[in-house]
Write a protein that binds this ligand. Sequence first.
Ligand code: 6PG
Length: 262
Amino acid sequence: MANIVSYKKKISMINQKEIIVFQTIENLAEHLYELLRKKAVNVPEGKYVSIALSGGFTPKRIFEYISSREKGLINWEKIKLFWSDERCVSPDDEESNFEMTRLNLLENLDIPNENIFRIKGENVPENEAIRYSQVLSENLTLKNGLPRFDIVLLGLGEDGHTASIFPGSTPLFHSTNFCEAVTHPISGQQRITITGSVINNADTVIFMVTGASKAKMLARIVYDTKKTLLPASLVIPTNGILLWLIDTEAASFLGNNSNKIS
Ligand code: 6PG
């Protein structure tokens, strides 16, 4: 694709994290699009690429970009979409991660409805956590007794949360359940989240982090060798790849040991 990424620099692996820094969120989105395109090529008959989407403002901008430039290069019929977490609201609520994805991505894609597995935020949270766990069991391959996503897309909160696993919820991160019903520690909003056990069972986990407001937390997570404090620092795929796609603003507290590749 022409002008895929006009500029990027790659910081060497830090604590088993591959970090790619992009000058703009558009460059980051192009890279993610290309990564998804490659994943969806030559998928055997009856097999699919399973992707867990995250919510928030960063993916909204990335989805907007991808859908505005969708070149028909991805066979979306070979992709099944799930969510890493959802707010316990109706699917048409402006707070809904599904609604954000529908408006900014799904509306512009030729993806069959049967390939879309939304978390039903309108259901009783505890019941939905059980139902969605069953959905994952039925639609994903199991490895180590856990559903294995091909790709899990995650964001990073300024407090170090990811998906809807918030600081202080380390036991939740390691829950043997596939999904849990949780409560946002500040807003009190109820949410459904996949657990850290499922996240770390994925083939590829991709953090998408942009903006200066994330820079300090990003550096803390990247250099956090304790890996006990914050949910995002506990994301260490058991048998998978951990990729951080970030922009220069979010990277501003990372070391300068980068080498420019183009
Ligand atoms: C959500 C997300 C959440 C998000 C982070 C970062 O439902 O809000 O799953 O974990 O990824 O809060 O969000 P931003 O990209 O908007 O900063």
